[in-house]
Write a protein that binds this ligand. Structure first.
Ligand SMILES: [Zn+2]
Length: 159
């Protein structure tokens, strides 16, 4: 994704109150390897179980999402619904996002199973082992990157 400024990042949130946006702990944007990311996701350093993702839409806009991690852990070997990595090196947790607008104010949420620290961008960029002779690993990697982009954008549009 393209680099994002602190101002643009804070302004992108669609399901957070002004107070929540002010209070959120931000990652150090100067050290982010933007070219390796499909979206930017991080956990709040100060508030347990709170996390954020800033997702580029297919139109080039940014959608910032505030998540709460559910108390319960998913059953073992859950799959991340964004990267759908089959050799997951990390835990997957259940995150819920308040919907934007009036339905969110009434308490409507949308939930998803996602890599605990949003490792999805890294997971899809690993070169997959060749599935068979003549398998194009580079093409498979590109396809996984595109699929991740479509899935996170679709989720952001749904919030
Ligand atoms: Zn993932």
């Amino acid at each position: 994704m393209l680099p994002v400024t602190t101002e643009a990042l804070r302004a992108s949130f669609v399901n957070a109150s002004r107070r929540e946006v002010t209070d959120m702990s931000l990652p150090d944007l100067d050290t982010v390897a933007w070219e390796d990311l499909t979206f930017l996701g991080w956990r709040d350093r100060k508030t347990a179980r709170r996390a954020y993702a800033v997702v580029p839409t297919l139109d080039g806009d940014l959608v910032g999402l505030l998540f709460r991690q559910a108390e319960a852990s998913p059953r073992s070997r859950a799959q991340c619904s964004w990267c759908q990595d089959v050799t997951l090196p990390n835990d997957v947790v259940f995150y819920s996002a308040k919907r934007s607008g009036p339905s969110g104010r009434k308490g409507d949420t949308v939930g998803t199973l996602v890599c605990q620290d949003f490792q999805c961008s890294r997971n899809v960029r690993r070169t997959p082992p060749p599935a068979y002779e003549g398998h194009d690993a580079a093409a498979a990697r590109l396809r996984r990157m595109e699929d991740l982009q479509l899935r996170v954008a679709a989720f952001a549009a749904d919030v």
